[in-house]
Ligand binder design. Structure first.
Ligand SMILES: NC(=O)C1=CN([C@@H]2O[C@H](COP(=O)(O)OP(=O)(O)OC[C@H]3O[C@@H](n4cnc5c(N)ncnc54)[C@H](O)[C@@H]3O)[C@@H](O)[C@H]2O)C=CC1
Ligand SMILES: O=C(O)[C@@H]1CCC=N1
Length: 279
């Protein structure tokens, strides 16, 4: 695929940039010497990235922005505006900007960039590291079918890809961007209880992780609803009924709904804060 010939520049070299780069390098989609990862400071981190993934890693001031075909913005929202302002005058019209920053809209990006600069808002998650992300893309107004295909191919190398509209992006962020953390939280608690009840630590971890993996795969591979699958596990007056009763009693269902909605609202609020600061 044409992606093999493209050069990818990451501006911001934190956990998300690393998760994406690790995925694309492992899947051989982009040769590591076509990937440059930059940050503001932290040379030690750059050395580590070069060692681990054989990518090029430079401080932002030493980076030849114009050599890149795809530019991934991967800094925290608070650093986004100054990074984009510094980047804007250096951009060439063909360069495709991919922003993974939570709460940064295509409209905000377009407002800070040269007219007609192609921009895609992207929300991956850290399971990119092992090729198991689910990533949403929202193309901006100047994005061609070829650009979108290129972005799709890039992110397909690290998991599933879906194209959604901007209104859906905040809730997608609350579900899939932040979602791994909710599941880790569940795993932490299951593991802790297993240990308290006398299961050795290593085994506790394997048991809970495989239980969650198996349940997820059941949904995807049997194409059956979680509700139907749950009912199949639940014998009348059995152990599962007792366990699920406890979940209901403690409001676990509502807790997940609330988690998603709060994360969604935070994404919307970040967008508003940025607009207020930079309009
Ligand atoms: N961590 C996650 O699970 C996910 C994160 N995201 C988004 O990815 C972005 C980055 O998140 P993390 O990787 O967790 O953050 P992080 O704090 O680990 O990394 C941010 C990086 O950006 C660099 N940076 C800041 N300003 C810069 C500038 N002007 N020029 C060059 N580099 C600059 C920092 O030096 C650092 O390397 C955030 O906007 C977040 O919303 C999106 C999806 C999932
Ligand atoms: O916590 C955050 O803001 C980022 C965005 C999605 C996951 N992590």
């Amino acid at each position: 695929m044409m992606l093999q010939k493209k050069k990818v520049l990451f501006i911001g070299a934190g956990s998300m940039a690393e998760a994406i780069a690790a995925g694309i390098v492992q899947q051989n989609k982009v040769p590591p010497n076509h990937i440059t990862m930059t940050n503001k400071q932290d040379e030690q981190r750059r050395v580590q990235l070069m060692k681990d993934y054989h990518v090029i890693s430079l401080p932002i001031e030493e980076t030849e922005v114009q050599e890149a075909d795809l530019i991934v913005l991967a800094m925290k929202p608070k650093d986004a505006a100054s990074a984009i302002a510094a980047l804007a005058p250096k951009l060439l019209p063909h360069q495709l900007l991919l922003s993974v920053i939570a709460g940064v809209t295509t409209t905000f990006l377009e407002g800070m960039l040269p007219l007609e600069q192609p921009v895609i808002r992207v929300m991956p998650n850290t399971s990119s590291t092992i090729g198991e992300s689910i990533t949403a893309l929202t193309p901006g107004v100047a994005v061609s079918a070829d650009h979108l295909q290129l972005a799709r191919t890039l992110f397909e190398s690290i998991g599933g890809v879906t194209v959604i509209n901007e209104q859906q992006m905040d809730v997608f962020t609350g579900i899939a961007g932040s979602g791994p953390a909710y599941i880790y939280y569940v795993l932490e608690h299951m593991e802790e209880t297993a240990k308290q009840e006398g299961i050795p630590p290593e085994l506790a971890r394997e048991i809970v992780a495989q239980t969650v993996l198996g349940a997820s795969k059941m949904v995807l591979e049997t194409k059956t609803s979680p509700r139907t699958l749950r009912k199949k596990v639940t014998s009348p007056n059995g152990t599962t009924a007792a366990g699920v009763d406890a979940l209901k009693q403690h409001g676990a269902g509502m807790a997940f709904t609330e988690a998603i909605l709060r994360a969604k609202n935070r994404s919307t609020a970040i967008a508003k804060e940025l607009e207020m600061l930079h309009s």
